[in-house]
Design a protein around this ligand. Structure first.
Ligand SMILES: *Cc1c(COP(=O)(O)O)cnc(C)c1O
Length: 368
């Protein structure tokens, strides 16, 4: 079976983790945490980096840093991971959805303004599968209505919008370093900001809201969202290889594109002229002409030895939110269509040209 993701850990990962063990710096302080925060924030063009134990809690801490009131609203795409909605809900805020663009699968900026009302406080654009959101209209709306922007760049390490890095646009931007992300720490996350007030709030959220003036004295509810020096050691070693990783991802996409561009009934990932797509995952959407949905497609590919993952299910289709009275009866047709008909092919950094060819051949075969 060609795995859907396999990380590449061939740089200084082992040497750096070994240093942690040998020196005893295995917990949530140490040189790798500081260096990774500095290097990642500088790479993305933000002033402060606050590392966290995963990307989900980085989003949660980012929303907490906005200090919203109960019932305040955050506009986000319907086509995204549940982490985005959880970040709102766990902070007492209400997630409000907009559909996505049929080509880039990222939030449709034209759908946002109709959802803005006096309770709206923030917009959360999510760069999907390595392709950036169309940020200019999103930022213009945020400015016009005085809304904060929390950018979810978990899938877009090194991606660019009009020559600027994803993760540099939000008031706060969030990353995940889970094992399938382009740069991994095993598990890890980070929130970036250039606002010193947000930076302090993010650090407080991460560390139980200890007050600086006296240890074990608290005026707010915090969390333990800390990362370990061992995880940061892996991530720092990974970051040293980011240019090579991005080249590999783009070469993988070119190879898939070459093999699959003529296949009828398939929509392939795009790269808008304002975008640098880093192809975090190589997604495919069936157009229905085969009388097959993504579940059947995945089964057939699996019998050919190709592991895949289905696309996200829309946030408005999640039973857990219906039970809370959220999104009932709401429809987002593009999200529903791609959720039912989309999956992604093996896309990990350890994939070989032969595996790409085999996976693409399997797609051609099962659609023939
Ligand atoms: C992976 C991911 C997250 C969550 O990150 P974890 O580290 O797995 O908690 C959040 N948003 C998006 C878009 C993701 O792809």
């Amino acid at each position: 079976m060609i795995p859907v993701n396999e990380p590449l850990l061939k740089g200084n990962e082992l040497a750096y983790v070994t240093e942690c063990i040998k020196t005893g710096w295995i917990s949530s302080a140490g040189r790798f945490i500081e260096q990774f925060e500095q290097k990642w924030s500088a790479y993305c063009g933000m002033e402060h980096g606050v590392s966290m134990c995963n990307g989900t809690v980085a989003l949660q801490a980012a929303v907490a840093a906005l200090e919203l009131k109960p019932g305040d609203e955050i506009i986000m795409p319907s086509f995204t991971i549940i982490s985005c909605a959880l970040a709102a809900v766990y902070n007492g805020a209400k997630p409000v959805l907009v559909d996505c663009d049929p080509e880039t699968w990222t939030m449709d900026p034209a759908a946002i303004e109709a959802k803005i009302n006096p309770k709206t406080r923030a917009i959360m654009p999510v760069h999907i599968y390595g392709h950036p959101c169309d940020m200019d209209p999103i930022l213009a709306l945020a400015k016009k209505h005085s809304l904060a922007v929390i950018e979810d760049a978990a899938e877009a390490h090194g991606a660019e919008y009009k020559g600027r890095k994803c993760g540099s646009f939000g008031d706060i931007s969030c990353f995940s370093f889970y094992a399938n992300k382009i740069i991994t720490a095993g598990e890890g996350g980070m929130a970036l900001t250039s606002n010193p007030v947000y930076a302090e709030r993010l650090k407080a959220q991460r560390n139980l809201c200890f007050r600086p003036e006296r240890r074990f004295f608290h005026t707010e509810l915090g969390h333990n969202f800390r990362i370990t020096n061992m995880q940061a050691a892996v991530a720092l070693a990974q970051m040293e290889q980011i240019e090579e990783f991005l080249k590999k991802k783009r070469a993988m996409a070119r190879a898939y594109q070459e093999k699959l561009k003529g296949v009828k009934g398939l929509t392939l990932p795009v790269e808008k002229d304002w975008a640098k797509n880093v192809y975090w995952m190589y997604g495919l959407v069936l157009d229905g002409s085969r009388g097959m949905d993504a579940v059947q497609f995945a089964k057939l590919l699996s019998t050919e030895g190709v592991e895949t993952r289905p696309f996200f299910l829309g946030l408005h289709e999640q039973p857990v939110f219906h039970d809370m009275g959220l999104f009932r009866g709401e429809r987002y047709p593009v999200t529903e269509r791609i959720a039912a008909n989309g999956l992604y092919l093996p896309s990990g950094l350890a994939i070989t040209p032969q595996q790409i060819e085999q996976a693409a051949d399997a797609v051609v075969k099962v659609l023939a």
